[in-house]
Design a protein around this ligand. Sequence first.
Ligand code: COA
Length: 260
Amino acid sequence: MGNPALRAERDGPIGWLIFDNPAKRNAINEQMWRALPKAMAGFDADPEVRCVVLRGAGTTAFAAGADISEFEKRRANANAAGEHDNIIDAAQLALENSAKPVLAMIHGYCLGGGLEIALACDLRYCGASASFAIPAARLGIGYGVHGTNRLVASVGHAAAREIMLTGRRYSADEALAMGLVNRVLPDDELESFVRKLSSDLASNAPLSMAASKSIINSIIEPAGDFSRGEALIARCAKSEDHVEGRRAFMEKRAPKFRGK
Ligand code: COA
């Protein structure tokens, strides 16, 4: 098994981005987050690439979120956590701001930062055994403005509140009912469906699709004053609960949160 990496591959007009860290259910480490905008810039600059598809290596997971084993070092204090969040934001913005259609092909676990990434794609298709969650409240993390905005834009505020406050796992059918994904396919048909769809998109008019993407992005652009929310995110990053959340995951035990 190779080192964890984000692999970028081109297959005709389709650019593939693959989260390759199967030993950790394709968890995304900092190097992979940083590689994503660079890989997207390569696809954006290549006129031969007409559509981009993200997936996890294998079929067990799209991505089980950010690599929690790095949190002790990368999120050691509020400044470091803010920097880590910025790197994660930049990866998502690279997908959202690309002029090309971007699809997430979701097998298996799509959790936390993995779901954030999927929500920054234009289209999401999953296999019937996929599962979804944002367990920020099980890790003592404040979830960012852009990620929360994309979630609310997809599922509405009622479902977004349940997803965020419970941190619970949702099945593929529940995800479809909430609007988290566009369609559920039998597991063994997902890849052929996505290959056919992405090749159809690759033959559509690029300028027309770019215009639609840009307009939809502007319509859902977060508006308002987020300074209070951002202060609360920073408070999470400084909290004892944030330390407890990551330690509990690494020690394979339930966290004990105290609101401090
Ligand atoms: N970061 C770091 N390591 C992770 C990880 C993550 N996000 N997700 C899984 N792993 C690691 C586990 O620590 C374990 O490592 P080990 O073999 O050294 O013990 C390995 O991947 C397999 O995970 P395990 O929990 O044993 O497999 P599972 O099939 O029982 O459960 C998950 C899979 C994805 C449900 C579970 O690993 C999980 O809940 N992961 C964390 C999800 C999360 O909170 N993501 C949000 C982060 S922003």
